[in-house]
Design a protein around this ligand. Sequence first.
Ligand SMILES: Nc1nc2c(c(=O)[nH]1)N[C@H]1C(S)=C(S)[C@@H](COP(=O)(O)O)O[C@H]1N2
Ligand SMILES: [Mo]
Length: 231
Amino acid sequence: MSTPLPPGQRESADFHRFGLPQFAQRFPKETSRCALDVTGSVTRQLHLTEALQGLPRIEQVCDFHCVTTWSYRALRWEGVRFIDFYTQVIQPQAAPQASATLVALRGQDGARTGMLLEDLLAPDVLLADRLNGQPISVDHGAPLRLIAPAHYGYKWVKHLSRIEFREPAAGYRVSGLSFMDHPRARVAHEERGRVIPGWLLRFLYRPLIRGTVSRFAKASESRNASWPAQR
Ligand SMILES: Nc1nc2c(c(=O)[nH]1)N[C@H]1C(S)=C(S)[C@@H](COP(=O)(O)O)O[C@H]1N2
Ligand SMILES: [Mo]
């Protein structure tokens, strides 16, 4: 028997390509190397061309929970623990200010969100480059994606290209409307968004799933038709 899903979630038979409508047609430019910039309140900025190089690799199976209420079970990700990247690369090479406890995350497609550094240092948060035994596809975040199992899918930034250390008071610019981005977005606490309670957002978001799935699938099909070699 599998464990119950978090509050308000329903199991989906498919792992959809998904997100805010403005990202359906945007795809990463660089998919061959895991390049990553570390910027913001740091002593030295980093422009890494292979971010995971030399770090201990792990494999982790976890469920995915979209804020719009669909969940997909048992994805097998491979990559590096964020905490290992932090202690072995970021701390020694970039030396962030101790006061910069907020981390803004950005994808190559321009998607943005933020997480508390404290949440990123949980042992199940990964920088992943492989999914189910293969390099992550463009649909699901190539070449590098953040995996944060305790948090809604919108914190799992695909095509991750920049992590920026910030003072919490400075906040960060998010992709959607600000009420849609909870600073923590923990699934166990149903922190779907700000201001509007999570149980209410369930009902507002559910009707949007079908249209979003089809919009994202169509955009991906037409891209794959013109770039067959690079999925
Ligand atoms: N770069 C980027 N990351 C992103 C998104 C996006 O549009 N662009 N969408 C987010 C949202 S809202 C969800 S639900 C998940 C969807 O992941 P999937 O397409 O692999 O299912 O990715 C998240 N990360
Ligand atoms: Mo989402």
